[in-house]
Design a binder for this molecule. Sequence first.
Ligand SMILES: NC(=O)c1ccc[n+]([C@@H]2O[C@H](COP(=O)([O-])OP(=O)(O)OC[C@H]3O[C@@H](n4cnc5c(N)ncnc54)[C@H](O)[C@@H]3O)[C@@H](O)[C@H]2O)c1
Length: 323
Amino acid sequence: MKTRVGFIGCGGISVAHMMRLEQIKGVEFVGMCDIEKGKAEQAAQRYGGKAYAEFEKMLEEVKMDVCYICVPPFAHLGQEELCIEKGIHFFVEKPVHLDLEKAKNIEREAKAKGIITSAGYVLRYYDIVEEIREIIAKEQIAFIRGKYYGGVPWDGKVKWFITKKLSGGQLVEQSTHTVNLMHYLLGDLEEIFAYKTEGIFNKIYSGYDVEDSSLLLCKFKDGYIGDLVSTWLWSGFSSSVDIMGKGIEINYQGNTLAVNRGNHKIIKVSSVDPMFEENKAFIKAVTEGDPSYIKSDYADAVKTLAITLKAHESMENGLPVKI
Ligand SMILES: NC(=O)c1ccc[n+]([C@@H]2O[C@H](COP(=O)([O-])OP(=O)(O)OC[C@H]3O[C@@H](n4cnc5c(N)ncnc54)[C@H](O)[C@@H]3O)[C@@H](O)[C@H]2O)c1
C-alpha cells in the first residue's frame, strides 16, 4: 500500500526526514513546497513529487495522505488548518507554533476530524527513554533536573533564532526537547516558575532580544519537582536529564543511559536511530489507522508549548504560573 507524502518547508530538518522516509516501504513523495522554490525543486528532483512555492497551491493540486510541516516557528501560517480541512494527516516539527490559542484550536480541530498527528519530539523514540520510564515506574522518584547548554545558533547569523517574536527564544525553540522529555517521564505539570538572564548577547548580535540563559522550576501533578537550566553561553553542546529516587540516580544524555545505585552502576548506549523510529511510527499509524504508535502527537506538543510560553510569562511578571 502506498503512502503519498508531501512536505511544506524543504530545509535542514526536512531533508533528514526525507532520507529516512525513502527507506520506508510504500512511501511515495508527491509534493515539495518551500517559499524558496529552488529548495523545493532540489528536493523534488532528489526524492520525487512536484515542486511548489505556495503550500495552498500544493494542497489544492496534489492528493496526499500525509504532510510534513517543517517550517521555522514563526512560519505556521495556516498549513495545519488547511491539512485538517482537506483530511490530510500531518507531522509537524517542534515548536509546533508560537501562538498558544491558535495551537489549541488546531489541536481541537484535528481531534474533531480524526486527523492523525505527530510532533518532532524525537528523543522519545530512543529505546533507553522507554527503559527510563520502566525503571521510574518501579522506584520511589522525587525530582528531575534538566540541562540544555549550547551556543547561539549559526553564531547569530540566522536572525529568526535570536528574535523573540520569530523563534520564542532558546527555551521555546530548543530546550523544548528537554521540557517535552521531562513531562514524558514524570507526567503533566501543575505549576512553573522561571527566571532569565540577558544582556550579554544583545551587545554582540544586532537585533538579539531573547534570553541568554533561563531557569525553569517545575511542580508536577504527581508531586515530583524539577528544574531545567538552559543557556546559549556554552561554545559546545551538552544536554541531559537526571532523575533522583530513593537510592537511585538515573542520567540520560544523548544516546546514553546511566543508572547508578551506589554500589552498582549500569551504562547503556542505544544503537537506535530515533528519527527513523519516529518516521516509521507515523507512517505505520497512518497506514493502519492506529495513532497509538506515535509517542508525541499535536496535543502533547501543545502541552510543551504551553509550559515554555508560560515560562516567559513568569520571567516577565516574577510570579508562578499554573499550567
Ligand atoms: N526535531 C529536531 O530535532 C529538529 C532539528 C532541527 C530543526 N527542527 C525544527 O524544524 C523547524 C525547521 O527547522 P530547519 O532547521 O529545517 O530550518 P531551515 O531554515 O533549514 O528550513 C526551514 C524551511 O522552511 C521554509 N519556509 C519558511 N516559511 C515557509 C512557508 N510559509 N511555506 C513553505 N516553506 C517555508 C524556509 O524557506 C526553509 O527552507 C524548526 O521549527 C526547528 O526547530 C527540529
